[in-house]
Ligand binder design. Structure first.
Ligand code: NAP
Length: 268
């Protein structure tokens, strides 16, 4: 069974919804070496992501493909029905990871996760994941699921370092998949990150990604539809930051979110 490689970034695909561009970026990424691709029902691009995987010179079994059930589809019957629709759009018999996108709206731990566990038992889903959960919601999920959660996907970047959720991930042995690892572009002109980048003759994006890759259990999934950025982000794994760099970046934690709204779990 393919697993996440925690030493390399994955590819995010939110807002990469122009069909041909999305196909090309997934293909470019896989041929560059990426093996972890992240999509969601809500991104409206599962068909293009599937097409990109099919077009790449890489076996499907070597790709770790993750999608997410939309918040409007988290009722028991809708999880079953729409997971199958996702597989159809993705052009595959299984996904490596199926996430609950957000624990809001139609989410109800018992019913939602019973359907997720059944999909895993049927082999349509290799692993179960959750996204945007609070620690108490992670505890509740663990009590319902027979299989352990493989990954918790949350916003994580130098301005939002998620210390509590990283500790929880280490204790419970799951990956913390870091979304918006470039803070949606905002880290790129941070003066401290710029200085660290200049010191290593690297880009600011590479510094942010190398920093995230160095954290225990953390796997960043930068989105890019630019061929040059896709390649640049992949090479971030070759950048070695030192203790001084880590200390400087640790000081940038401001608890600042890029993705926030009134109904988010942390605002309830
Ligand atoms: P991000 O990856 O932090 O930033 C993406 C932005 O950075 C894009 O504008 C991209 O533009 C640019 N970029 C990428 N590489 C670059 C580079 N090397 N140099 C300069 N600019 C660069 O933000 P994100 O898309 O919000 O997060 C990443 C992925 O996480 C999403 O695509 C999605 O898969 C996932 N996500 C999940 C959730 C959730 O609720 N679970 C929420 C948000 C995101 P170009 O395309 O032009 O390179």
């Amino acid at each position: 069974m393919t697993d996440i490689d925690p030493t390399r970034p994955g590819l995010g695909t939110w807002e990469n919804d122009v069909f041909d561009e999305c196909v090309a970026s997934v293909r470019t990424a896989l041929e560059e070496g990426y093996r972890h691709v992240d999509t969601a029902q809500a991104y409206g691009n599962e068909d293009a992501v599937g097409e990109g995987i099919a077009a790449a010179d890489v076996d499907r079994e070597d790709v770790f493909l993750a999608t997410k059930i939309d918040t409007s589809n988290l009722g028991y019957d809708d999880v079953h029905a729409t997971a199958r629709e996702s597989l159809e759009r993705l052009g595959t018999d299984y996904v490596d990871l199926l996430y609950v996108h957000w624990p809001i709206d139609t989410y109800e731990a018992g019913e939602t996760l019973r359907a997720f566990q059944e999909l895993a038992d049927e082999g349509l889903v290799r692993r179960v994941g959750v996204s945007n959960f609070l620690p108490r919601q992670l505890e509740e999920a663990a009590a319902v699921l027979e299989d352990p959660v493989c990954a918790h996907q949350v916003e994580l970047h130098p301005s939002l370092q998620q210390e509590e959720l990283r500790a929880y991930a280490a204790e419970n042995d799951h990956y913390l998949v870091a979304y918006s690892p470039l803070a949606r572009g905002r880290v790129l002109d941070d003066p401290v990150i710029e200085e660290v980048a200049a010191k290593h003759e690297a880009s600011t994006a590479q510094v942010a990604l190398a920093w995230a890759l160095d954290l225990d259990r953390v796997v960043p999934i930068p989105k890019s539809s630019s061929e040059a950025h896709i390649r640049e982000n992949w090479r971030a794994a070759d950048l070695e930051l030192d203790d001084e760099d880590h200390e400087r970046i640790a000081d940038l934690d401001r608890g600042e979110r890029e993705i926030d709204f009134r109904g988010a779990p942390w605002n309830q």
